[in-house]
Design a protein around this ligand. Structure first.
Ligand code: PGA
Length: 255
């Protein structure tokens, strides 16, 4: 089922796998179109359970001949402090799910660092913003949604004007990560994240949500008031958003 409004497409797929294939096809088409225009493409990438299947599909495409040699990527966020070689780091996630498996040039993969000392962070965040701008801006940003409505690590209450910065993680976010870290006490209390204003500058946003745990928050984000208390609701103000969900998410969502 597709529901389309002026600035938004909402797509329901029969399975998570189909949803991931759709997103991977969209990315491959973008790369092809940019290539035909004689330029590379800039992707905003996400981590977590939601996009893992998309990376699998993209790696499969690479094995079938798709090149990523002209792709630049910017990741949304990283825990802080976090050693980038730790299995829970988003740096590790990106290498193991995607970068090590395709032909992206490592110098074109931008990730936020987890181990920089506090006094360097502001400078690093503004350099990240500059790098996005210098790249020509993000063509397509992949996004998940947290159960509390966060996008990247922009937790409820974050200003819609926020830029890349060090933030405190919400208790819900830390609880949701506890199993991966072998207990809540091991989950970092902070993260470095692209800001909401940074994300909103992407020319196109693909918001993915799977499973019934995301239904009600996604519904609120798309149909409720636009409020900083629910960061994903800002996407109602974006000119080009595609929402991709599986049927479990849609079942609770479309009532
Ligand atoms: P998940 O996280 O994909 O692991 O559910 C999404 C998010 O918190 O943005």
């Amino acid at each position: 089922m597709t529901i389309e409004t002026k600035n938004r497409k909402v797509l329901e797929f029969g399975s998570y796998q189909q949803a991931c294939e759709y997103v991977a096809d969209t990315i491959a088409n973008l790369i092809r179109n940019r290539h035909q225009e004689g330029r590379g493409c800039v992707l905003g990438l996400a981590t977590g359970a939601t996009p893992a299947g998309v990376y699998k599909c993209l790696v499969k495409k690479h094995r079938e001949g798709q090149t990523f040699a002209h792709v630049t990527s910017f990741n949304l966020d990283e825990y802080w402090p976090m050693n980038m070689i730790n299995p829970q780091s988003f740096n590790t996630y990106m290498r193991s799910h995607f970068f090590d498996e395709v032909d992206m040039k490592i110098q074109n993969t931008y990730l936020l660092p987890g181990m920089e000392p506090l006094e360097n962070i502001q400078q690093i965040c503004s350099a990240y913003e500059d790098a996005i701008e210098t790249s020509g801006g993000i063509d397509t940003q992949l996004l998940g949604i947290g159960r509390n409505g966060h996008i990247a690590f922009n937790e409820p209450g974050t200003s819609f004007q926020s830029r890349t910065e060090l933030v405190d993680l919400h208790e819900q976010t830390r609880k949701d990560a506890a199993a991966t870290f072998g207990g809540l006490e091991n989950v970092p209390r902070q993260g470095i994240t692209m800001g909401i204003a940074t994300i909103m500058q992407a020319r196109k946003i693909i918001l993915m949500a799977n499973g019934k745990a995301k239904s009600s928050v996604l519904y609120q984000a798309l149909h409720g008031p636009v409020t900083e208390e629910l960061p994903a609701s800002v996407l109602q103000l974006h000119p080009d958003v595609t929402v991709v969900m599986d049927k479990e998410c849609a079942a609770g969502f479309l009532k």
